[in-house]
Design a binder for this molecule. Structure first.
Ligand code: GLC
Length: 514
């Protein structure tokens, strides 16, 4: 479907550009050329070669290119564009090298050798059939909010009405004591039960806990490390189900945790409930990660009960990216609480996209490309870590108005006065950061499918998370990246499907399997 849409839009876009320029045979980026240029300029201003089918890039880059004064191609503005585009480019040969790196780390992780990919067994050994039925509760912890859900699995892949409540977790709770964090979760569950369930129901619960956990059973597992801004004390090495259940007991809550699941696993199972060909669950949100189905015989480190296959949690956010990081990535990483860890996540996920862009905009070569007023405004507004949110990048990219009016208002709200060219440059920084993130994500999807020996088989990749759902063009850029990495035939069989809010529902399905 997307592919069809993509090509229709491409035809329309290419036709529009060609008609406007009164030309036909040239690649569309060439139509941006005005006047005569030293031959190296287009090459170095370009992020990569731009074959005609890269219409998304061409369309989006047209705006920034439109402000280039082709008579003075070595201006500060061009240097800023060139710096951004070359820092964040991810050409296909780099994608291929990353795929090799990913597959080698995945093989080592499976064998139990030292690897940045943990490849964690999940104890989910049964396939979801879609016939599962019953009333369940689910909890979802791992991003910005904590969610409590009650739902009915109706069989035939149908989920009945879902009642849910969302609780925002204060930073001091994320980084306080384990008792306070798990107490906060139990208090939220008690509130949900009181307001939505009329008291203190009994029942089975699936607990989506989106951090690296070494599971010891379907409903037990030890926390290996915190990430995404969480850091509650006294939890590392502890069974997180026991920590929660203890808080339930002290409050008289009667729900039983039957399943502990990573959000990727929940997402995959929720999608598999409707689409049995789901091969992978991916999160592209505050963090990023993926799970997939592996033959248990290939999991050399597995010492548990025999089974044919098992869902594995790759924890791909921790893929070691030192070789692929630029100076901005290194600056972002160095300022985090876990430098050197989760480096793939730090180049992709919603928690970091804004920060990468902030650091890039303040880079002296990029900053010199702005008018003096905007440069001073950006320096003042973006001085503090975390002062540019990923949602702001998304809103700036979503602005397709001729004058970038929305971007003007957003930046103005931050005290940054801009000219149209300044806004085009800010937008270009957003495009560079998010396009690379989408292409990195596509590379990991392709690498994991190759690792899983999926061959040419058509499959569904269930994706959840705000970056995939809400960031403009993220899906299309991933699809374009998959085509480059795997070729159009194989890429065409891979359906990236939004499994919205799947992680909680999926944990309930796993509780049902239990
Ligand atoms: C982090 C966690 C991982 C989770 C991902 C997405 O990478 O380590 O378990 O799946 O975030 O929420």
């Amino acid at each position: 479907m997307w592919r069809r849409l993509l090509s229709q839009r491409h035809v329309a876009a290419a036709a529009g550009v060609a008609a406007a320029a009164g030309a036909c045979a040239l690649p569309s980026y060439c139509l941006q050329r005005q006047g005569s240029l030293p031959s190296d300029v287009l090459v170095s201003v370009d992020i990569t070669e731009r074959p005609e089918d890269k219409w998304i890039e061409v369309e989006q880059r047209k705006r920034a290119d439109g402000f280039i004064d082709w008579q003075s191609p070595s201006s500060d503005y061009v240097r800023a564009l060139r710096s951004l585009r070359s820092s964040f480019k991810l050409p296909v040969d780099t994608m291929l090298a990353l795929r090799e790196h990913f597959m080698s780390e995945a093989a080592k992780g499976l064998a139990g050798e030292p690897s940045s990919l943990k490849m964690l067994p999940t104890f989910v050994t049964k396939r979801v059939t879609g016939a599962e039925r019953g009333d369940f509760f689910a909890l979802d912890l791992g991003g910005t909010n904590f969610r409590v859900l009650r739902l009915r699995l109706e069989g035939d892949g149908a989920v009945g009405p879902v009642t849910s409540m969302k609780f925002s977790i204060p930073d001091e709770v994320k980084t306080g004591t384990g008792d306070a964090l798990f107490g906060f979760l139990a208090d939220s569950v008690a509130r949900f039960c009181a307001t939505e369930c009329g008291g203190n129901p009994r029942g089975a619960l699936g607990f989506t806990f989106s951090f690296p956990v070494e599971q010891t059973a379907l409903n037990a597992g030890k926390l290996l490390v915190w990430n995404k801004g969480f850091g509650a004390s006294g939890c590392l090495g502890e069974d997180v189900v026991a920590l929660l259940q203890r808080q339930f007991e002290s409050r008289g809550i009667e729900l039983r945790v039957e399943a502990l699941a990573n959000d990727t696993v929940g997402t995959m199972e929720a999608a598999a409930y409707r689409r049995p060909d789901t091969a992978m669950g991916v999160i592209l949100g505050t963090g990023t990660n993926a799970c997939y189905v592996e033959k248990t015989a290939n999991v050399a480190k597995w010492r548990g009960a025999p089974s044919d296959e098992m869902v594995l949690n790759t924890e791909w956010g921790n893929l070691q990216m030192a070789r692929f990081m630029n100076g901005h990535d290194r600056a972002v990483d160095a300022a985090t609480t876990n430098p050197g860890l989760q480096t793939f996540e730090k180049m992709i996920s919603g928690m970091y996209l804004g920060e990468i862009c902030r650091v890039a905009l303040l880079d002296p070569t990029v900053a010199r490309g702005f008018s003096p007023e905007a440069r001073a405004g950006l320096a003042a507004a973006l001085g503090a870590r975390g002062s540019l949110e990923s949602a702001t990048l998304a809103a700036i990219e979503a602005d397709t108005s001729p004058t970038l009016a929305e971007a003007e208002a957003l930046l103005g709200g931050m005290g940054v006065r801009t000219t149209p060219r300044d806004r085009a440059l800010v937008r270009e920084a957003c495009v560079c950061v998010s396009t690379r993130a989408a292409r990195l994500s596509a590379t990991a999807v392709g690498a994991l499918l190759d690792h899983a020996r999926m061959g040419d088989a058509a499959c569904t990749v269930a994706v959840d998370g705000t970056v995939f759902e809400k960031y403009p063009w993220f899906n299309e850029r991933m699809e374009a990246g998959l085509v480059e990495l795997m070729g159009p035939h194989r890429a065409d069989g891979i359906k990236l499907v939004l499994a919205k809010d799947g992680s909680g529902i999926g944990a309930a399905i796993i509780a049902c399997l239990a």
